[in-house]
Design a protein around this ligand. Sequence first.
Ligand SMILES: Nc1ncnc2c1ncn2[C@@H]1O[C@H](COP(=O)(O)OP(=O)(O)OP(=O)(O)O)[C@@H](O)[C@H]1O
Ligand SMILES: [Mg+2]
Length: 252
Amino acid sequence: MSVLLSTRELALHVGGLDILTDVSLELHAGETLGLIGPNGAGKTTLFNLISGLATPSSGQVFLEGKDLRSLGPIERAKQGMVRSFQTSRIFPELTLLQNLALAVRIKKDCAYHWWGRKAARAASQKATEELLEHSALAGRGHVLARSLSYGEQRILDLLIALAQQPRVLLLDEPTAGLSESESREVMALVHAMRGQCAVLLISHDIDIVFQECDRIAVLSSGTLLICDTPDAVRQHKGARQAYLGELALETA
Ligand SMILES: Nc1ncnc2c1ncn2[C@@H]1O[C@H](COP(=O)(O)OP(=O)(O)OP(=O)(O)O)[C@@H](O)[C@H]1O
Ligand SMILES: [Mg+2]
């Protein structure tokens, strides 16, 4: 499988603290890679460095072999790197369809030429409507985003990410705080992206990670302990000690 995204010895040191130390990871085209570790392990920080929201102290991020050092978060998003956050980032005063349409427009950089504007708008509107209609929010395109429950807002957040047709999808705890049925809906959407884009998934829900991910990376205190298949991670003593604990023993 070809490497789509990679980090090479990525590190972040802040005021004498080693937040991340020499993290080298590879995300293959089409795979779902889990990223787990205890609270404060550095998972979100790694996403910040990959997506360009923070600058590493050293090390590099590559997308299809291209060093992204000179690109900020917006440029990286335009390259197909799309990210969801631990908390939803939606426009509460816009309708669901408007939220989705905006995401598509931003991705396309509003670069509709005047001679193609109408057709391009119609095509992207159709795509966003289809996305919505295949989700748990079907039929609610014209309601304001602020009227959604917390769980529904998380689903919209993910739909916004998908509407941008990512090549790499970075998901930071997409099911945190959701009911079981909302979690299932979110994971069904993620699952449906299999093969279309590569996913890097942070989650504290071990069942989801072990079910959904082709490989799993374990971070502990800013250091990558292992990045391997679910079975290999279950057997890895350091990973079990750092995070999995009894859960690993139960499911092994
Ligand atoms: N710019 C910064 N300055 C100082 N400390 C930072 C900075 N960025 C991150 N940290 C610290 O680095 C550690 C890792 O934080 P991070 O949010 O990446 O952890 P996490 O693995 O995502 O945790 P959680 O599972 O709770 O979301 C934390 O102790 C955090 O306070
Ligand atoms: Mg985090």
